[in-house]
Design a protein. Structure first.
Length: 326
């Protein structure tokens, strides 16, 4: 192990320890005595699903983000809508783009068969996101656990808490600051877009309807824009069309996302806008050049994200079915 890499590992260990101390009710190895195979069972389900469809990994990372930014990491994103309530998963920001629910269902069923009523759905989501990062080539990290599940899920709260792909750098900075993140952590977590895909509807305004005077976003690489127009026709007759977020390596957690931004190939406005501010542009450059540093920082930021607004002790519940409150 090189001295430089040793420093990176040391840094992430320190950050993890600091994050763990922030919420001492969460702890690494929480299920060590009550369900010792919990994390292995989740990892097995994630691995099986990613073998069938590599894109599921990105879906599970995004699911954790969309869960934590709305009501905290309480698995509220998993709850199904009812006749009297439209839940988060059916908000326009989540449906139809959010995926991986069946992976959580399978993991929960497997856990219930060996450790009935022990492992929360919120912890399963956090474990699955970590496993997805690691399987995709990112750094594995310890997940402090002991979260409990929430009982409320409102589509309206997803709309007001999740940053849309049209946000500017200032709007992104504020959105993440509202959840306790620095601007640097925002840029680091934006790197999750290195894997996965996007529906054409999330960025088609940059191709065809950018402003009153320009149909195409001038900050978008012209050759890339032409390629996207072939994949996403203007007629919009098929709302299910998708393209990879990072075409060069869509299933590998690398720094290709930042390299794309430097080439004006950021897919969303919220990606390309990172070049519009000197501080965030400097970080994009740094991440593009130092993949190991980004992976280290990303792992630490994921640990921190997993502790937003958690329910512990007697708060919330342990759902028997992740889609339905007890």
């Amino acid at each position: 192990m090189s001295p430089k890499w040793s420093v990176h590992v040391f840094v992430i260990l320190i950050v993890v320890l600091l994050c763990t101390s922030v919420n001492s009710q969460l702890q690494v190895g929480f299920y060590r005595n009550s369900c010792s195979s919990a994390e292995l069972i989740v990892k097995d389900e994630v691995r099986k699903s990613v073998l069938k469809d590599k894109g599921v990994a990105a879906g599970l990372v995004r699911m954790h983000f969309h869960d934590c930014f709305v009501r905290g990491c309480d698995a509220s994103v998993l709850i199904d809508s009812t006749s009297s309530n439209t839940a988060e998963k059916d908000s326009p920001v989540n449906n139809p783009s959010l995926r991986g629910f069946e992976v959580i269902d399978n993991a929960k069923a497997a856990l219930e068969s060996v450790c009935k009523g022990i492992v929360s759905c919120a912890d399963i989501v956090a474990f699955a996101a970590r496993d997805s990062v690691e399987i995709s080539g990112g750094l594995g990290y310890d997940v402090p656990s002991g979260r409990r599940d929430g009982r409320i899920s409102l589509a309206s709260e997803a709309l007001t808490n999740l940053p849309p792909p049209t946000f500017t750098v200032n709007q992104l900075t504020q959105s993440f600051a509202n959840k306790g993140f620095t601007q640097e952590e925002m840029v680091t977590l934006s790197g999750a877009h290195t894997i996965g895909r996007s529906h054409c509807t999330s960025f088609s305004n940059r191709l065809y309807n950018f402003s009153g005077t320009m149909s195409q976003d001038p900050s978008l690489n012209p050759m890339y824009a032409a390629q996207l127009k072939q994949q996403c026709p203007q007629d919009g007759t098929n709302p299910n069309l998708v393209v990879p977020m990072n075409p060069g390596s869509p299933s590998i957690a690398d720094t290709g996302y930042y390299i794309d931004i430097l080439r004006n190939r950021g897919l969303f406005t919220s990606d390309q806008t990172l070049l519009s501010d000197p501080a965030t542009a400097s970080q994009v450059n740094q991440n593009a050049k130092t993949p190991k540093l980004w992976k280290t920082n990303f792992a630490a930021a994921m640990v921190k994200m997993g502790q937003i607004g958690v329910l512990t002790a007697s708060a919330g519940e342990i759902r028997a079915n992740c889609r339905v409150v007890n």
